[in-house]
Design a protein around this ligand. Structure first.
Ligand SMILES: [Zn+2]
Length: 153
């Protein structure tokens, strides 16, 4: 209810709900939404959520998200939910989930890694922990923890 009151409904597009409070700007960055964009985007930061705390909500009109974008979002906001809206109705709703492996989503932080030195080698990581998130490069075995990953967004 609270959310509906604060942000108007959209006709077609995607709603990303239950983003950790304050992280919505990183969500916009992940989705490549900038001042030059064309989509209508609504952002609500620090919306009251239940008894416990606050959350951010992002609504993007006329846009569906690609798998790579969802994978990247899952590293930032693993508990977020995605609703696909068509003609003001939710036609699909699901929770983000961190996949077992990610490819071409984040860059390895090892400057000597083959994915950094020899283009075009697509980065590829295995997820070795989900809470907190830790990923490991398939090429150089460098691990990256949650703060390091979030810094990239
Ligand atoms: Zn690497």
């Amino acid at each position: 209810m609270e959310t509906t009151l604060k942000i108007s409904k959209i006709k077609d597009g995607t709603v990303i709900d239950h983003i950790p409070a304050g992280k919505s700007l990183k969500v916009l960055s992940i989705l490549g939404i900038s001042e030059a964009g064309e989509s209508t985007v609504s952002v609500a930061m620090r919306v009251q959520s239940g008894q416990l705390g606050h959350k951010d909500v992002v609504k993007i009109e006329n846009r569906t998200l690609q798998k790579k974008e969802l994978d990247k979002l899952s590293l930032l906001a693993p508990n977020a939910s995605i609703s696909i809206i068509k003609n003001f109705e939710i036609v699909k709703k699901f929770n983000l989930s961190i996949p077992d492996a990610i490819s071409g989503v984040v860059e390895c932080q090892n400057q000597n890694c083959i994915t950094k030195t020899r283009e075009p080698v697509t980065s590829s990581f295995r997820i070795i922990s989900r809470k907190p998130i830790v990923i490991k490069c398939d090429f150089c075995e460098r691990t990256m923890n949650e703060p390091e990953i979030h810094q990239l967004f």
